[in-house]
Design a protein around this ligand. Structure first.
Ligand code: RIB
Length: 299
């Protein structure tokens, strides 16, 4: 079983010709409202790609709640540990330009109410995975890591949005998942200089005796532990419509493959294809592929 402790948002997706610079107003014809949030996205990606998943987090008692949980519900994600609080359901303004690049502002709302004690005890244990990101209170993440460490639970930490991570936490997690910016943020805090991506992933892995995975967009992903280095390609997508949530698709598919007993190399390939396919249409959750679509794309 995979438990995802993290954010649950509603995304207002605005497709613009270009992203606004400070002080600029840009117009776009319309917008989409879709379920989002890095936590919920990763939970959905894991469930769609075949895993049994539980989501733990908070929403508000408002009109956004139903939309925020809709796709998770349809995918069969266990929502019994999602709590409704007096805060507003989190909302994200997601601007996407013609090249599929994005800029995002998240109003955290109920995500700030998420506490690690919402995670049921049966989520922990050597055969279970705990997946974390950085959109809920960080101290609550670290408490969850402590519970996971003392029970042999495998932890996947997606360092998104980028934030320096305490060294003792990096030592405790099994898989650190970053893009290049996130990798450089935590490497700087660990005293690792400005080195190429592969060296950076290796340095983090060796420094913290962990596995570090760095996604590199259309260049695929690299990963390293103390003994091995892997490089997996992405799948060419034309046109790239929206890269929003591609990192979340990678994280969810990676955890899904690992919980299915796949090797790291297989899990990386599975995740790289899942993330690539998610760039082919607008919005994060609506674009996430099923296990069958990933397998078919691999042939
Ligand atoms: O990673 C993409 C996600 O970031 C969006 O769904 C948005 O809600 C923000 O959390």
């Amino acid at each position: 079983m995979i438990t995802v402790f993290g954010s649950i948002n509603v995304d207002l997706v605005l497709k613009t010709e270009h992203l606004p610079v400070p002080g600029e107003t840009v117009l776009c014809p319309s917008y989409e409202m879709v379920a989002g949030g890095k936590g919920a996205n990763q939970a959905l990606a894991a469930a769609r790609s075949g895993a049994a998943v539980r989501m733990v987090g908070c929403v508000g008692d408002d009109s956004f709640k139903k939309l925020a949980l809709n796709d998770l519900n349809e995918a069969g994600v266990d929502l019994s540990a999602v709590q409704t609080t007096s805060s507003r359901t989190s909302c994200a303004a997601v601007m996407v330009d013609e090249a599929g690049e994005n800029a995002i502002v998240v109003a955290s709302g109920a995500n700030r109410d998420a506490t690690s004690d919402l995670i049921p005890n049966d989520a922990f244990g050597p055969s279970n995975f705990l997946v974390l990101q950085m959109e809920v209170p960080h101290e609550e993440n670290w408490l969850a890591v402590d519970r996971a460490s003392s029970t042999g639970t495998k932890v996947v930490l997606s360092v998104a949005p980028a934030y320096p991570i305490p060294s003792r936490i990096l030592d405790a997690v099994d898989y650190i998942l970053v893009n290049e910016l996130e990798g450089r943020t935590i490497a700087a805090a660990s005293g690792i200089g400005d080195v190429p991506p592969e060296e950076l992933a290796k340095s983090l892995a060796v420094r913290h005796d962990t596995t570090c995975i760095m996604t590199l967009g259309s260049a695929g992903a690299i990963a390293a532990d103390c003994d091995n280095t892997w490089h997996v390609p992405s799948l060419p997508i034309d046109p790239v419509v929206d890269t929003t949530g591609a990192g979340d698709a990678f994280a969810g598919c990676f955890a899904s493959a690992l919980s299915d007993g796949k090797t790291i190399e297989d899990a990386l390939n599975f995740a790289a294809i899942g993330a690539s396919l998610s760039c082919a249409s607008l919005g994060a959750q609506p674009s996430f592929p099923t296990a069958e679509e990933i397998r078919f794309a691999r042939l």
